[in-house]
Design a protein around this ligand. Structure first.
Ligand SMILES: [Zn+2]
Length: 106
């Protein structure tokens, strides 16, 4: 599988590290109930089919990417830099009150 990094172009999968589902971007508010924090910290879905995941171009520019792909067919639908994705563009972007997980090499 090859992933088109928005900064470096198409690169081999081995240059990237998958960091899990993009729901990690939906961090609860600091005053959210314990159940919301428990769910965010510990409960993960293992969806088959179309997913949104966090990947880092760890062997390249180190940018954090939002990758939309199908885990069954390996089709890639969209790859965006998380720092540039933001809210209101189909990506959930940063959660209110949370820090971005985007950026490079920090
Ligand atoms: Zn890159």
């Amino acid at each position: 599988m090859r992933i088109p990094c928005p900064h470096c172009g198409e690169r081999d999968l081995r240059e990237f590290t998958c960091r899990g589902g993009a729901e990690a971007l939906d961090r609860p508010a600091p005053d959210a109930p314990d159940e919301a924090w428990d769910s965010w910290l510990h409960l993960r879905e293992n969806r088959a089919g179309r997913t949104r995941e966090l990947w880092q171009h760890s062997g390249g520019c180190r940018a954090w990417l939002l990758v939309e792909r199908d885990t069954l067919t390996h089709a890639l639908y969209r790859v965006r830099d998380i720092a540039l994705a933001g809210r209101g563009q189909g990506g959930r972007g940063r959660a209110k009150g949370g820090r971005a997980q985007g950026g490079r090499g920090r």
